[in-house]
Design a protein around this ligand. Structure first.
Ligand code: NDP
Length: 306
């Protein structure tokens, strides 16, 4: 049986390690502060924001949720970001994506002060990532590296293949793996012979957004497989096919009306991989943990280190 890389355990360790740093900041004046801007009513975004705010609360990080209506203009949202940039008690600003189509997302992300950009999406911080300079790193990619390191999976000298080239996951995780001295290949929808390229990977990262696309023929026996995908399956027949008619999974589907599945085939990965991240419970929990790390680090940085 392959090793299961337990994201919940690593998340809990990271949160425990943050507590004394948060206490030190609180004792020296005020706790770290995170502002989360959630525009409109996107149910998935509302769930993410709620769990970010709850994690702040659990850790003793001050958090504020700002919820302007869907009708907000780019200029009005820029005004909110500027106010947060100027606030002494706010160390981190997160604008939950996606924004409504009429809002200029690039302008909004560019307006966040790079020192408060706890999502690591500002071009200044992307440049710092490429240059290997200290700066907030994108949370999901940083979480993947933490998970590999804390699970004692060697990265240096390994062949890593990342499927997906988004600014949020694929590109930054490839860069972080490169900084850890992996030999990295980035694949996307135009890559020929994707299964063959993936089979060359000792570390395979799937950040695609296509349910169970990575099947046995993509996986080198013994590889470490990191599944970033979060796909909600609402078709019972598809759920039955992906989970090979598993009675427990189908019972869960019947209860909830959907099932969460990653980009990696959940049955094939168990048969082929040496280690893998389950969905749920793998990469997912680390994203919020790394957001907390970035917020605490931003607070320390702004106070000249504590
Ligand atoms: P994007 O849609 O931005 O990017 C998907 C990437 O996958 C693109 O580069 C695309 O290629 C590539 N791709 C799509 N189809 C194929 C294909 N058939 N063959 C090869 N490559 C393909 O997605 P994200 O990076 O934002 O997210 C990826 C997944 O990760 C999603 O399921 C998302 O929900 C999940 N996610 C999970 C997080 C977590 O905390 N667990 C956080 C963030 C994302 P091309 O560029 O050529 O179009």
């Amino acid at each position: 049986m392959p090793r299961i890389l337990d994201g919940n355990r690593v998340r809990d360790d990271i949160k425990e390690e943050l507590k004394p740093r948060i206490q030190a900041l609180s004792a020296s004046g005020r706790p770290p502060g995170l502002a989360v801007v959630l525009v409109g009513h996107n149910p998935a975004s509302e769930i993410y924001v709620r769990s970010k705010i709850k994690t702040c609360h659990d850790l003793g990080i001050y958090s504020e949720s700002i919820a302007p209506p869907d009708s907000i203009t780019t200029e009005e949202l820029l005004g909110i970001v500027e106010q947060l940039n100027a606030r002494e008690d706010i160390d981190g600003i997160l604008v939950q994506l996606p924004l409504p189509a009429h809002v200029d997302t690039k302008r909004i992300l560019l307006a966040i002060h790079p020192a408060k950009d706890v999502d690591g999406f500002h071009p200044y911080n992307v440049g710092a990532l490429v240059a290997g300079l200290p700066a907030p790193r994108a949370c999901t990619p940083a979480g993947i590296i933490e998970l590999l390191k804390r699970s004692a999976i060697p990265i240096a000298g390994k062949r890593a293949v990342v499927v997906g080239r988004s600014d949020i996951v694929g590109k930054p995780v490839a860069m972080l793996l490169l900084h850890e001295h992996a030999t990295v290949t980035i694949c996307h929808s135009k890559t020929p012979d994707l299964p063959g390229v993936c089979r060359g990977a000792e570390i395979l990262v799937a950040a695609i957004g296509r349910p169970a696309m990575i099947t046995a023929d993509f996986i080198q026996p013994g590889a470490t497989v990191i599944d970033v995908g979060t796909n909600h399956i609402k078709d019972r027949a598809e759920a039955a096919r992906i989970f090979r008619n598993s009675p427990e999974k189908l019972a869960s589907f019947d209860k909830r009306g959907s099932l969460l599945v990653g980009d990696v085939d959940p049955v094939d990965v168990v048969e082929r991989a040496g280690a893998y991240t389950p969905v749920p419970g793998g990469v997912g929990p680390l994203t919020i943990a790394m957001l907390m790390v970035n917020t605490v680090a931003a607070a320390e940085q702004r106070r000249g280190g504590v």
